[in-house]
Ligand binder design. Structure first.
Ligand SMILES: Nc1nc(=O)c2c([nH]1)NC[C@@H]1CN(c3ccc(C(=O)N[C@@H](CCC(=O)O)C(=O)O)cc3)C=[N+]21
Length: 342
C-alpha cells in the first residue's frame, strides 16, 4: 500500500487542504473554511464526548466464530468443506498483504483456501484460464480476483468470467443489477458494503427513514453501499468528486459511509451532531514513529468526528476486518447453497 499510494498529511488539524478530490471542483481548503476552533466549539455545544467506537475488529471476530461453528457443522453432517480461490495478478504490496490476510482468515474458520499467484505480465487469457478452472472445480465455492488488476487487463472481461454462483465478491454485473432492483435478490452482496451494513445492524443503528450519505461512487464500495442503504429504506444521497456542495449534503446525514480514499477528508464541521459514521478509507500517511514509516487513517478525521458523531468506526479495526469476515460468510453461503445445506 505504502509503495503505491502517495502520502498525505497525517493530522486533521493540518493547515494544508484536507481534500484533493474535492479541491479540484472548487471547494476551498477546509482549513480556511472551518478552523479547528470552530470544530471545538461544535463539539462543546453538543457536549458529546461519549461517541461510541464501532469495534469492527471484535464484531468481525464474533462473526468468524459463528462461521467456524457453521463450517464444522457442515463438515460433520455432509462432509463438505467450503473452499475459496483467490487469484492475485502482479506483486502490489498492499494486494499481497490483503490476500495473505484472507488466506489466514480462511484457515481460522476452517475454510479451504486456494491461491493462484500470477506474474504482473500475465495475459488476460491466462487469468481467464484460471477462472475457468475454478469455475469447474466443485471444491471451490467462491472465486475472488484481487483488484486492482494490471492496467493491460480488461477488468470487465475478467469479472464477467467468474461464475455467478461463485461470485463471492458480488461484483458480477448480474449480482449488482439484482442488488439495484426492487424485489430481486443478488446471490452475493459485495463484502465491504455488506460489512458496513452489518456493523450498523449489530450496533442497533436504525436505517429506515434515515438520511444516509455515501461519499464516493466506486463500483466496489460507494455504489453498492448506496444501493444497500436504499434497500434498508434510508433516503440516500451520493456525494462524489463532481458534487458542488458536498459539505452541505454531508451535514444532513444521519448515517455517513465514507469511501473516497482521501486521508482525513471529512472534517468534524461537516458532521451533523449525533450522526453515525462508517469510515471505509484505508489511507497510508507518513508516521516516523511507526516501524513501517507510515500509519493508516480513514477518510474521516477521526479525532474530530469522535467528538461530534454518536458512533464512528476506527481505522484500522473498523470496516477492514468486516470485509474479510463477509468474504468468509459469502463463501459459506455459497457452499450451503450448492449443497442444499440449511
Ligand atoms: N476483489 C477484491 N475484493 C476485495 O474485497 C478487495 C479487493 N479486491 N482489493 C482491495 C480491497 C481492500 N480490501 C481490504 C480488506 C481488508 C482490510 C483489512 O483487514 N484492514 C485492516 C488492517 C490492515 C493493515 O493493517 O494493513 C483494518 O482495517 O483493520 C483492508 C482492505 C479488500 N479489497
Amino acid at each position: 500500500m505504502a509503495s503505491s499510494v502517495f502520502f498525505t498529511h497525517s493530522h486533521c488539524y493540518s493547515s494544508k487542504p484536507s481534500s484533493l478530490v474535492f479541491r479540484q471542483v472548487g471547494v476551498g481548503p477546509t482549513s480556511l473554511r472551518f478552523s479547528s476552533s470552530h470544530v471545538a466549539s461544535v463539539a462543546a455545544m453538543t457536549m458529546d464526548s461519549s461517541a461510541k467506537v464501532i469495534d469492527g475488529k471484535s464484531v468481525a471476530k464474533q462473526i468468524r466464530d459463528e462461521i467456524t461453528a457453521e463450517v464444522s457443522r457442515m463438515r460433520e453432517s455432509i462432509g463438505v468443506i467450503p473452499g475459496l480461490a483467490v487469484i492475485l495478478v502482479g506483486d502490489r504490496k498492499d494486494s499481497a498483504t490483503y490476500v495473505r490476510n484472507k488466506k489466514k482468515a480462511c484457515e481460522s474458520v476452517g475454510i479451504n483456501s486456494l491461491e493462484a499467484n500470477l506474474p504482473e505480465d500475465s495475459t488476460e487469457e491466462e487469468v481467464l484460464n484460471y477462472i475457468a478452472g475454478y469455475n469447474d472445480d466443485p471444491s471451490v465455492h467462491g472465486i475472488l480476483v484481487q483488484l486492482p488488476l494490471p492496467s493491460h487487463m480488461n477488468e470487465q472481461n475478467i469479472l464477467n468470467a467468474v461464475r455467478i454462483e461463485k461470485d463471492v465478491d458480488g461484483f458480477h454485473p448480474l449480482n449488482i443489477g439484482r442488488l439495484a432492483m426492487r424485489g430481486r435478490e443478488p446471490l452475493f452482496v459485495p463484502c465491504t458494503p455488506k460489512g458496513c451494513i452489518e456493523l450498523l445492524h449489530r450496533y442497533n443503528v436504525s436505517i429506515k427513514g434515515k438520511r444516509a450519505v455515501v461519499i464516493g461512487r466506486s463500483n466496489i464500495v460507494g455504489m453498492p453501499a448506496a444501493l444497500l442503504l436504499q434497500r434498508e429504506d434510508a433516503t440516500v444521497s451520493i456525494v462524489h468528486s463532481r458534487t458542488s456542495n458536498p459539505e452541505e449534503i454531508i451535514r444532513q446525514a444521519d448515517i455517513i459511509i465514507a469511501a473516497v480514499g482521501q486521508a482525513n477528508m471529512v472534517r468534524g464541521s461537516w458532521i451533523k451532531p449525533g450522526a453515525v459514521i462508517i469510515d471505509v478509507g484505508i489511507n497510508p500517511v507518513e508516521d516516523p514513529n511507526s516501524p513501517r514509516g507510515y500509519k493508516l487513517v480513514g477518510d474521516v478525521c477521526y479525532e474530530e468526528a469522535i467528538r461530534i458523531a454518536s458512533a464512528v468506526t476506527p481505522v484500522p479495526g473498523g470496516v477492514g476486518p468486516m470485509t474479510i469476515a463477509m468474504l468468509l460468510q459469502n463463501t459459506l453461503i455459497s457452499a450451503k447453497r450448492v449443497h442444499h445445506f440449511e
